[in-house]
Design a protein. Structure first.
Length: 69
């Protein structure tokens, strides 16, 4: 969270570094979630934010994230 009205939801660890680099030094981590796909992550994010049900017309959103070894 950067302020009461500004937030960023991004991937953890190195995969989210480009998004996190845009945050101010005062930004704080307030919530984390585990998900197997972009769609699942967004459903949980919408629920957390109180925005109702997430939907997407992009079928690729439901594909599982690649697992790295």
């Amino acid at each position: 969270m950067e302020s009461d009205i500004e937030q960023t939801f991004c991937l953890a660890e190195e995969k989210g570094n480009s998004a996190k680099s845009l945050l101010s030094p005062k930004a704080k981590l307030t919530w984390t979630v585990s998900a197997t796909s972009h769609y699942e992550a967004m459903e949980k994010y919408y629920q957390y934010m109180g925005w109702g049900h997430y939907s997407s017309e992009f079928l690729d959103d439901r594909l599982p994230y690649a697992i790295e070894s």
